[in-house]
Design a protein around this ligand. Structure first.
Ligand SMILES: [Zn+2]
Length: 102
């Protein structure tokens, strides 16, 4: 079976695999989002502190390595114990990625 992939909405650069989806019920700035355990072909931006509903975190924007558009963010650090599983994981906002079937 072919791996199902997700590409950048803007330029179709492959950025993640369907098998790496950890959660589909994320809501971020920009709308519904998916949490992925891995990402590829993305650039990680400057780390910044963010006070989220779930507590204090350190996040960094992730952008497409090809067209440089911001697609989501990476959790660099999660302070609350219950949120630690997100550390090092990637969130892509749904509207910024498309399912690639090639
Ligand atoms: Zn792109």
């Amino acid at each position: 079976m072919e791996p199902r992939l997700y590409g950048c909405f803007h330029c179709r650069n492959i950025v993640s695999c369907h098998e790496d989806i950890m959660a589909k019920n994320f809501v971020g700035v920009g709308g519904r989002a998916f949490l992925f355990s891995h990402a590829m072909n993305v650039l990680v931006g400057t780390k910044r502190e963010a006070n989220l509903i779930t507590g204090p975190h350190v996040v960094a924007d992730i952008s497409c390595s090809d067209c440089k558009k911001v697609l989501g963010w990476k959790y660099e650090l999660a302070v609350p114990e219950s949120e630690k599983y997100k550390e090092g994981k990637f969130v892509f906002v749904n509207k910024n990625i498309v399912k690639a079937n090639w």
